[in-house]
Design a protein around this ligand. Structure first.
Ligand code: ATP
Length: 451
């Protein structure tokens, strides 16, 4: 929570803004992301994920879960409640410390996060700003039918605490050996002072978090080894997403005096968004802060018994990833404008696994029932294994453009030769090359392409 949010990097300020506008408009037009509650005039900085957006988001979450939870033998998963006992937030320090410095313009009354603005005057009207007040970011609610202060509860501002309060349950039921981690995907809520930049900063978002428990380190080298392993794993994940890590990611070692109240070391992985270089993910060493605090406040011993019967409080490394910031980064990284002859095409060059639609199937002409029937038959067959889309609107060239714009890796066209010879045209999104493939070979062909 330390950086200025007005330092456009990619292509300079003007182009950055233009690019961002194009991505936002594509998201709306093609069913990725809609403004929230739109028919009622919207709801500031809330967004809904449309038919393609939900596929993209699910592809990200499923791949993360498989890679970091299911495919590793040192990880287990969890899905904790969103509203937790308020004592959780006393213990974790969020009630006292989860604040941002709020300043208000004395002239136009706009409010800003002091650490995210450059100057001492109002960025909107140049008016004088008030002294900063600490503003708690947790969303308050009431549990039960009366609105008494005793019934106040908070929506979780991070998924992490759900993991710490279940530490004992996981140890008792799964008997994991150190080092091991617990992963969780779920919603978090923060009453951000200045949300913005599309889905980059919203008040409701999803996190994919891991608390990785290690033996209490004897030297800095002991925890740093684990920290470095997670650093590499996170970089590999970003490469897997199609992000050009060399060019688009900047690792920021958070200075000691800016560390969160629970952290001894934090790296922010910053991504070069069109509106500036900003935090995509964080990696923090939380030492034994959380387990110690919850042991103290709950009276439960949140400890691990080692092979010699010693009770120890493990330390924690925490890779923390935002789902929506991932969606935005992959959209920005994949977005390409290509020249095709005199024409231009917009393509989302997603890695295959990320693409919301894998294969589109077209009949060459929509008024020829034999072609439509054959195309539907192929669609039904392939759709058992891949998310497919059937499209018979407009000419084939336009259909290709529409599929390019949503990142569909392959398009199939059924024509009159298909009826006679039993083959179809398969067109590749990136090379735009077309080849004839026998209909009965299509499953094998795509198995190869998508492996
Ligand atoms: P920032 O400095 O941008 O406020 P943070 O340091 O408070 O972020 P963390 O508490 O480390 O963020 O949260 C972990 C991850 O959750 C972030 O790296 C980001 O991907 C995501 N995240 C945090 N706040 C938001 C938000 N308001 N909207 C969307 N994603 C968020």
């Amino acid at each position: 929570m330390s950086k200025k949010e007005n330092n456009p990097v990619r292509n300079g300020a003007g182009q950055g803004e233009e690019l961002m506008n194009k991505i936002v408009s594509l998201c709306k037009r093609r069913g990725f992301i809609f403004p929230g509650s739109e028919i009622y005039g919207g709801m500031a900085n809330s967004f809904d994920y449309g038919p393609l957006g939900v596929e993209l988001k699910n592809n990200i979450k499923q791949a993360w879960w498989k890679r970091f939870v299911q495919d590793r033998n040192d990880m287990v998963g969890l899905d904790a409640a969103l509203i937790m006992n308020t004592k959780t937030w006393e213990a974790s320090g969020h009630l006292d410390n989860f604040t941002d410095p709020l300043v208000e313009c004395e002239k136009c009354k706009m409010r800003f996060r002091e650490d995210l603005i450059d100057s001492k005057e109002c960025p909107e009207c140049k008016g004088k700003l008030s002294q900063p007040k600490q503003f708690n970011l947790m969303f308050k609610t009431f549990v039960g039918p009366s609105e008494e202060s005793a019934d106040i509860a908070y929506f979780r501002p991070e998924t992490a605490q759900g993991i710490f309060v279940n530490f004992k349950n996981v140890i008792d039921t799964m008997r994991p050996k150190l080092p091991f981690g617990i992963g969780q995907i779920g919603k978090a809520f923060r009453n951000e002072i200045t949300p913005g930049n599309f889905v980059f900063r919203t008040r409701e978002f999803e996190q994919m978090e891991i608390e990785y428990f290690i033996e209490p380190p004897k030297t800095d080298k002991d925890w740093n080894g684990h920290f470095e392993n997670w650093r590499k794993d996170m970089i590999e994940w970003m490469e897997f997403l199609g992000i050009d890590v060399e060019k688009e990611i900047f690792e920021l070692e958070v200075p000691k005096d800016e560390l969160a109240h629970y952290s001894k070391r934090t790296i922010d992985f910053e991504y070069k968004f069109p509106f500036g270089q900003k935090e995509l993910y964080g990696l923090a060493y939380r030492f034994d802060y959380d387990l110690t605090q919850h042991s103290k406040h709950s009276g439960e011993d949140l400890v691990y018994t080692d092979a010699d019967g010693n009770k120890i409080t493990p330390h924690v490394i925490e890779p923390s990833l935002g789902v929506e910031r991932t969606v935005l980064a992959v959209l920005c990284s994949a977005y390409v404008e290509d020249k095709v002859g005199d024409d231009e095409r917009v393509v989302l060059k997603f890695p295959h696994w990320l693409a919301p639609v894998k294969i589109a199937v077209f009949p060459l002409l929509k008024n020829k029932p034999q072609l439509v029937d054959k195309a539907k038959e192929i669609f039904t067959d392939l759709n058992k294994n891949y998310t497919c889309m059937f499209d018979d609107n407009g000419n084939v060239g336009k259909r290709y453009r529409r599929q390019d714009e949503i990142g569909t890796p392959y398009c199939i066209t059924v024509d009159f030769d298909s009826l006679e010879k039993g083959d179809v045209t398969v067109r590749d999104r990136d090379t735009m090359k077309q080849e004839r493939v026998a209909i009965k070979e299509l499953n094998k062909y795509f198995e190869n392409k998508f492996k």
